[in-house]
Design a protein around this ligand. Structure first.
Ligand code: SAH
Length: 347
């Protein structure tokens, strides 16, 4: 019986793999070969690594496992959106979504199982955070969606948004490691310009990202630029206040020169007045930014309702008058609970 718990080989860096071979009286370049199999070729077993001898493969088998995600259930929406229920090695499940448009295929990926934050309008927040995803689990979601994009739409994945389950900046290190792999020529070789990390706004982490000179895009789920209101719908705002967020975003722009996207839902009776939009306009002036007005996807309890078209028009007109770029986004994949804020492992 195998009583020794084998290590997940994908937790090793290229250098650690090279060292492993040197320590086992082999050549360092074997580490490179294995690394390529694991990341560029997404190998699921040591047996497929045909440029290694049988002894080497057996030796790897004796020491390591290759943990992989498994797409358990794939659902397709009438609008082409695909939702994957992804089973992890410890049987927990997260979801990722493929969103096709005429010109793009976007992957919406998860960063945590459940979520550590408590946004009252989001289905994922009801799951609580169970654990962070490892870099390889994030990477694998992207690979799975890239494969589906090639299969169903005859083109590779073009964009990635970290807007699935979880708060990416509460799993900062692993998210950055995953992005490194996604953008590296040893991984998928995608441009960081095609990647957007969406956060509820963790000021300390936004500063840290800025200091590290990251090249991907930043989106912030703002939803209100008035502290009391934001705290009532996103309670963690009591700790990470708008003033702190604002300063962190100014710091971000100063360092990266990368325009910030604010995601914003307008709800009936919550943030649908002229005062609300005026506060948003003020907030947008702190750093170059644009606004995505996103459609609300109800999560069953009826507490939140999307504002009417008149309120949305007021937002659009006021923002435009103040020279702020604004787009109104329609939801995708609602019929399969794949839209923003609906990811809660329902099938
Ligand atoms: N935690 C990150 C990423 C996950 S949420 C963040 O907060 O940005 C991705 C986006 O979906 C966020 O903008 C979030 O505010 C939005 N969202 C959450 N619940 C929603 C719902 N029910 N309808 C529409 N959008 C929702």
């Amino acid at each position: 019986m195998d009583t020794i718990k084998k290590k997940d080989i994908r937790a090793l860096t290229r250098e650690q793999l090279r060292d492993f071979f040197v320590n086992n009286e082999d050549k360092a370049f074997r580490g490179n070969q294995v690394y390529e199999w694991l990341w560029q070729k997404s190998a699921h077993s040591f047996n497929v690594m045909t440029n290694l001898s049988k002894e080497t493969r057996d030796m790897l088998e004796a020491n390591f496992v290759i943990n992989h995600i498994k797409v358990d259930v794939m659902q397709r929406s009438t609008d082409g959106t695909i939702k994957n229920a992804v089973r992890l090695h410890d049987d927990l499940v997260v979801e990722s979504v493929l969103i096709p448009t005429k010109t793009r295929t976007t992957a919406c990926v998860s960063s945590q199982v459940g979520c550590s934050l408590d946004c009252r309008f989001c289905a994922t927040s009801r799951l609580k955070r169970m654990r962070n995803l490892n870099p390889d689990e994030i990477y694998d979601q992207v690979v799975a969606i890239d494969n589906e994009s090639r299969l169903y739409f005859n083109r590779p994945l073009s964009n990635i948004v970290f807007m699935g389950m979880g708060e990416p900046l509460m799993n900062y290190t692993n998210v950055l490691k995953a992005i490194d792999k996604i953008t590296s020529s040893e991984g998928l070789g995608m441009s960081p310009k095609r990647i957007t990390v969406s956060t509820s706004g963790v000021p300390k982490m936004i500063r840290k990202m800025a200091d590290e000179g990251v090249k991907f895009n930043l989106a912030v789920s703002l939803h209100s630029a008035i502290d009391d209101i934001r705290t009532s719908i996103m309670p963690f705002n009591a700790t990470f206040t708008l003033a702190d967020l604002r300063e962190a975003l100014q710091y971000w722009y100063g360092k990266t020169k990368s325009r910030i996207t604010y995601e914003y839902i307008v709800w009936n009776g919550i943030n649908d007045t002229q005062k609300d939009v005026d506060a948003l306009v003020q907030f947008c002036k702190f750093a170059p930014s644009k606004v995505n007005l996103i459609e609300y996807n109800p999560i069953d309890d009826g507490e939140f309702q999307q504002a009417n078209d008149k309120a949305i028009d007021m937002y659009v007109n006021t923002l435009k008058r103040n020279n702020i770029v604004v787009t109104v986004r329609r939801s995708r994949g609602k019929d399969i609970d794949a839209a923003c804020g609906q990811l809660a492992n329902k099938q």
